[in-house]
Design a protein around this ligand. Structure first.
Ligand code: BG6
Length: 524
């Protein structure tokens, strides 16, 4: 599946790339200019997302001096806590980080506040408004506010609506500065619900105030795709149907559904990974150069990619869409249960945990080039990579002498495990005998970089604080992506014999046999 897994190691030599150390002070690459003071309101502050992602990210930013001063967090949730107990509970949740820097935590914890909150009552929002005003007066945060929806998606619309009704979406009135709302994925569960959710959000908030998160976009090597393509002259002339044979976008995970059965049963791999993350990766690989590296122009180009997606039409050619679900198997030598045996999963569940989807773009640049998108849970390795497979040379003049098959060039942008860029090409093996060997030039992305390494949530939070929407979905993109996936998902969910379309694969394998044979052909 993953390109490296199938290459013959003895045929390969690895050349490490060289990156200069820019010698920049650690903070230089974190953000531009001063950050404006603000308050971050987290709805769902006692939940998993807050303790697993947001709080560690905020604390890390604080430690690197990458939060505005002053900066406050107001946690809101139904759980009966107060500011003191909230601080203590967050300290326990990020214990390892706290132990590493106890003084910094003690200082950071002073910026955390808490309000027990009823999401469905306007009175709670009015109270919150008063509380924010008090804090703003006391700490001089200039009335700037971010509302982060870390609540279950079923609450998004109601929270946004009540924020609007309480006047908190307004900017520049009653001492309020700017107001931004952050919405986690999933943004709707189909086109109709995404349109409806957006309509509700826009009753209070305007598009520039809405930040629809996709944490994949904030990953370092994902951000690097546009730099690689458009800050170099050598790739772009080859970046089209004349030189590229196919593209693979792989997001393989070892994890199973874990404790998220309730969510996953309703979602499945197509909604969870494809409609959002995989589409963003596709857009970055396939888009035309925008005239300027700026949020609207970049997102305009992405939207054009989504507009050129060729709709799927029944009957699908074999290997176009393979859906799978993991059964019991073994990973790293230990037995793991099948999806249907996981806690909270319906024992007769037809939810796919794996998909391979072959996509075509109907446009000038990509006509005829297949894009293979693969993602699944309980696969043998966690691997996220983009593989650009170039065409074979038009004529092999070495056919009479070489000892092993010549491989076409391959460029891999690796996002996980090690963020890296690798390029394979053929060379002559040293020695009197002319024989070819494939070498891989490998550039580990963090080579000679001394600064702090930011996780995707840290980058996302900085961008929201700065009001930069480049790495967030715009509504037209969301809708175009759903418009493409709706008929596919509907056909899978409503077909009379779903078992025929859902192939089982043992946990720890590379997916259903049909997908494996597509990938086998792919990697040749
Ligand atoms: C999330 C999905 O958006 O992305 C999860 O809901 C998935 O199911 C996760 O595991 C993968 O993200 P990453 O950053 O670990 O590749």
């Amino acid at each position: 599946m993953h390109a490296d897994a199938r290459r013959k190691p003895e045929a390969e030599a690895v050349v490490r790339g060289q990156a200069p150390d820019l010698g920049l002070p650690a903070e230089t690459c974190l953000f531009e200019g001063p950050l404006t003071p603000c308050i971050l309101v987290i709805f769902g502050a006692s939940g998993d997302l807050t303790s697993r992602k947001l709080m560690p990210a905020l604390f890390n930013l604080f430690r690197h001096g990458a939060l505005p001063r002053p900066f406050l967090v107001v946690g809101c949730a139904r759980t009966d806590l107060n500011t003191e107990t909230f601080r203590a509970s967050m300290g326990e949740k990020v214990q390892a980080a706290v132990q590493a820097a106890p003084d910094a935590w003690a200082e950071f914890a002073q910026s955390l506040h808490y309000l027990t909150f009823d999401y469905t009552s306007l009175a709670s929002y009015v109270l919150l408004g008063n509380f924010l005003q008090e804090l703003e007066k006391r700490y001089q945060t200039q009335g700037n506010r971010i509302f982060y929806l870390a609540v279950p998606p079923s609450l998004y619309a109601e929270v946004a609506q009540l924020l609007g009704q309480a006047g908190m979406a307004e900017e520049g009135v009653r001492g309020q500065g700017w107001a931004r709302i952050v919405v986690e994925k999933p943004f709707g569960r189909n086109l109709a619900t995404a349109v409806e959710l957006n309509r509700t959000l826009q009753q209070g908030f305007a598009e520039p105030q809405i930040f629809r998160i996709d944490h994949y976009m904030a990953k370092e090597t994902v951000q690097n795709i546009l730099i690689l393509r458009f800050a170099n002259t050598i790739f772009e002339p080859l970046w089209n149907r004349n030189y590229i044979a196919r593209v693979g976008i792989i997001a393989a995970e070892k994890l199973g559904v874990e404790h998220r059965a309730g969510f996953y049963e309703e979602t499945g791999v197509l909604r969870d990974m494809f409609q959002n993350h995989m589409m963003q990766l596709l857009a970055l690989i396939a888009m035309e150069p925008p005239s300027l590296f700026e949020a609207q122009r970049v997102r305009d180009e992405k939207a054009k990619v989504f507009r050129s997606l060729r709709p799927m039409q029944e009957p699908l050619p074999p290997g176009t869409l393979v859906l799978g679900q993991y059964t019991a198997g073994s990973l790293d030598g230990r037995p793991v249960p099948g999806y249907r045996e996981e806690p909270g999963v319906n024992p007769g569940s037809m939810t796919p945990t794996f998909a391979l989807l072959q996509i075509h773009l109907d446009n000038w640049r990509w006509q005829g080039v297949p894009f293979y998108l693969v993602s699944g849970k309980r696969l043998p390795e966690k691997v996220t990579e983009l593989i650009i497979q170039f065409k074979e040379v038009p004529h092999s003049l070495f056919r009479n002498i070489h000892l092993q098959a010549m491989q076409p060039n391959r460029l891999i942008l690796r996002i996980h495990p090690e963020e890296a860029i690798t390029l394979t090409f053929e060379t002559k093996n040293p020695g009197a005998l002319v024989c070819l060997r494939q070498v891989t030039m490998d550039f580990p992305y963090y080579q000679n970089y001394q600064g702090p390494i930011m996780d995707a949530y840290e980058k996302t939070l900085i961008d929201v604080i700065q009001g930069d929407q480049m790495l967030f979905w715009r509504q037209d993109g969301v809708e175009l992506s759903w418009a493409y996936f709706d008929p596919i998902i509907e056909a899978c969910e409503t077909c009379p014999d779903p078992a025929r379309h859902l192939q089982l694969y043992p946990a720890g394998s590379w997916g259903p046999p049909e997908a494996q044979s597509v990938l086998e052909r792919w990697s040749r």
